[in-house]
Design a protein around this ligand. Structure first.
Ligand code: ADP
Ligand code: MG
Length: 387
């Protein structure tokens, strides 16, 4: 049924084209964890069209409500497979020559690593975006074998205190490597900023995917008391380099996919930390605001994009803006105690996506929050009656 496949392909192609130069913002809400007593969520409402209402636990009624709108909102019940199937066309477009960047933003404990990597020792069902993307690219490249010859290689790095470290070195040494401006033709590296010295490994099957991820994760946890502690203070970047050659025409392409698990976005109380911890916090702050500024400038279609303000934005430069496609997962922790961090995460995302909604605007749109709240209440009522 070739015509159906073609039509499907065209639809996919159009959807992906539409992403070009735009930033997609997908919001994902973490479930309450097992054993957690507190079950009251600050997320009051999740709409089908990416709407979200957050309620300030210390304010009553309409006063405390704030609405946001994103491309998609995933409820706590969403699965890894659902999330990946939505971004699959974006990942696949890397094989057509697009540079793509997918990153997860949020406070520590909001589910960034869950979305990007998945739980420790995850079964295939629990795989996060990194495993699925890498595996998918490898499988699709094999399917196209008769017309296109692809090679896929992977780097894994960490940015800690504005230094780029290699996470795939076999001896786990976490060597620091400079970010260089590539001006001559090098295998697997496009022109522009890259870390040519960091280890790079080919992917020839699912076993390689698992192996590489394992090495990277193990190296990342080194030298810190726990994986979580370290990962909340550094950005980890999996870079998938794709080189392809059209067998018939001989023309070749190069593209890359950056998958980024950002450092925790929580504000650190300066009066409470000193020394190394303060330095870390300042670096994180600086790089996350630099990322926000770059995305904002792109969304505003500004002429000047301030890539140079942090290592993070420099490393990602080729996959942010221009012809590249960018997707941000905004991770939320639904707990009442996280309210103020949740709000600051949402504001970051809102600014980045270049859309402002908010209470004032939404009532102007005629979709009063109170109206929505009433709808929620009546739906809850209906459900209660049914049960
Ligand atoms: P972060 O990387 O943002 O610090 P994690 O991904 O480590 O956060 O998530 C914190 C905890 O919540 C972990 O125990 C993780 O397994 C769990 N978790 C996060 N998101 C989900 C989810 N969607 N489903 C089930 N558990 C989740
Ligand atoms: Mg994490």
């Amino acid at each position: 049924n070739y015509s159906v496949v073609l039509a499907e392909n065209r639809k996919l192609h159009n959807e992906v084209q539409e992403l070009k130069g735009n930033i997609r913002v997908y919001c994902r809400i973490r479930p309450f964890l097992r054993g957690q007593k507190e079950k009251q969520s600050v997320i009051e409402y999740i709409g089908e069209n990416g709407e979200l209402i957050v309620v300030n636990p210390s304010k009553q009624g309409k006063e405390g409500c704030r609405s946001f709108k994103f491309n998609t909102v995933y409820s706590p019940a969403s699965t890894q497979a659902q999330v990946y199937s939505d971004i699959q066309p974006l990942v696949q477009s890397v094989l057509d020559g697009y540079n793509v960047c997918i990153f997860a933003y949020g406070q520590t404990g909001s589910g960034k690593t869950h979305t990007m990597t998945g739980p420790d020792g995850a079964s295939e069902e629990d795989w996060g975006v990194n495993y699925r993307a890498l595996n998918d690219l490898f499988k699709i490249s094999q399917m196209r074998e008769s017309t296109f010859k692809y090679e896929i290689k992977v780097q894994m790095m960490e940015i800690y205190n504005e230094q780029v470290r290699d996470l795939l070195s076999s001896d786990g040494s976490q060597k620091r490597y400079p970010l260089l401006n590539i001006k001559k033709k090098l295998p697997f590296l496009a022109f522009g900023l890259a870390v040519p010295e960091a280890s790079m490994f080919p992917v020839n099957g699912t076993a390689d995917v698992l192996d590489l991820m394992h090495t990277g994760l193990r190296n990342r946890a080194k030298g810190s008391t726990s994986m979580n502690e370290r990962s909340s203070r550094s950005h980890s970047i999996v870079t998938i380099h794709v080189q392809g050659k059209d067998i018939k025409s001989g023309s070749s392409m190069h593209s890359s996919l950056h998958l980024v698990d950002l450092a925790g976005s929580e504000r650190v109380d300066r009066s409470e930390v000193t020394g190394d911890r303060l330095k870390e916090a300042q670096h994180i702050n600086k790089s996350l605001s630099a990322l926000g500024d770059v995305i904002y400038a792109l969304a505003q279609k500004n002429a000047h994009i301030p890539y140079r303000n942090s290592k993070l934005t420099q490393v990602l430069q080729a996959s942010l803006g221009g012809q590249a496609k960018t997707l941000m997962f905004v991770q939320l922790n639904p707990e009442v105690t996280s309210y103020s961090e949740t709000m600051s995460t949402l504001k970051f995302a809102e600014r980045a996506s270049g859309v402002e909604l908010g209470a004032a605007r939404s009532s102007k749109d005629g979709r009063d929050i109170r109206e929505l709240m009433e709808q929620v209440a009546s739906l809850k009522d209906t459900i209660a009656k049914k049960n």
